[in-house]
Write a protein that binds this ligand. Structure first.
Ligand SMILES: Cc1cc2nc3c(=O)[nH]c(=O)nc-3n(C[C@H](O)[C@H](O)[C@H](O)COP(=O)(O)O)c2cc1C
Length: 180
């Protein structure tokens, strides 16, 4: 019986929703887990508690702020207990249009998940492919989740996501690490 991962996303123009489908496809093709998709706009966030493994998707809007559906329900997270649960995040952003607040919402949601007791996984190194000035989601050269940019670097999304999904499955303890 494979594990079940809950993927909760908020997406205004659909880019993060398409990414949620891609992540689900990649994970389910691995045969290691199934993924339940939840659009935060239509979901009671208490449903997060039923999953041992969580992926949260959030885009950044209004210069450094949470995507609207997450923003409307953000305070509901105060009542959600994620103690002992592993949580990975991904974020959609536009590093050319908003170079000083690129994927900032990853950090806002990651800090909240920590407050809820979650154990963060799925960190992602800032490599040379990125072109932004500042992101609050970066600590010591590492994003607090997978940073994507469908607005400018759509051709990199598939490869970034494949590599990140492999890392996350390993950190969830659902996959055996491949020797380097
Ligand atoms: C008014 C406006 C403000 C935005 N602010 C930011 C921002 O501060 N940082 C960022 O990385 N992207 C920002 N974006 C870009 C969106 O995050 C990006 O288009 C993303 O792909 C949207 O994903 P979604 O369709 O899943 O909501 C902004 C876009 C608009 C139109």
């Amino acid at each position: 019986m494979p594990a079940t991962i809950g993927l909760f996303y908020g997406s205004t123009e659909g880019r993060g929703a398409i990414e949620a489908e891609l992540i689900k496809d990649l994970i389910e093709k691995s045969g290691l887990a199934t993924v339940d998709l939840h659009d935060v706009a239509y979901t009671d966030l208490m449903e997060m508690e039923q999953y041992q493994y969580l992926i949260l998707g959030v885009s950044t809007w209004n210069i450094g702020h949470l995507q609207d559906d997450w923003a409307f329900k953000f305070d509901d997270l105060d009542d959600v207990d994620l103690t002992g649960k592993k949580v990975a995040l991904y974020g959609m952003g536009d590093q050319y249009g908003y170079p000083d607040s690129y994927v900032d919402a990853i950090e806002i949601l990651a800090m909240k998940a920590l407050d809820c007791g979650a154990e963060p996984v799925g960190l992602w190194v800032v490599d040379d492919s990125y072109e932004f000035e500042y992101s609050r989601a970066v600590i010591d050269g590492v994003f607090m989740g997978l940073a994507l940019d469908e607005d400018n670097q759509g051709e990199l999304t598939q490869g970034r996501t494949e590599a990140w999904v492999a890392n996350v499955l390993e950190e969830f303890g659902l996959a055996i690490p491949v020797p380097a």
